[in-house]
Design a binder for this molecule. Sequence first.
Ligand code: THU
Length: 141
Amino acid sequence: MSAHYKDLAVAALQAKRRAFAPYSGFHVGAALLTTTGRIYTGCNIEISTYALTLCAERTAIFKAISEGERRFRAIAVVSDDPSYTPPCGACRQVLLDLAGNIDFIMVNGKQRLKVVKLRSLLPHAFGRKNLQRTRPRIKKR
Ligand code: THU
């Protein structure tokens, strides 16, 4: 296991301490690694109208994209669940769109890492390629 990924897991654990989850009580931390070795962290941020909640993974990638980052290697995710925490469907789509087929690293309560390719978590994904086959048409009135 790459030492890099252990460091990333530690960064995710630290980010989890900043989770804002007053409704679920489920605290999540994420750490996203760029190809140049920078790390962007994120935590989940819950909103009283629950659907507006942001997962830790999306917080991390939105932070990175908004700072100008475009190339990524891996993301580590950890919660207080002793088992591994898989990403929700929305995060799978967002990460695949913005980061591509990176390594998704799940960290369990014993700080063991399970690494899977992001694309394997979202088979037959919709993406940019689908949009390129059509052109938006402006309707004439
Ligand atoms: N959550 C994440 O932040 N990442 C995941 O991978 C799974 C779920 C958050 C969303 C919500 O704040 C809480 O965990 C319970 O679903």
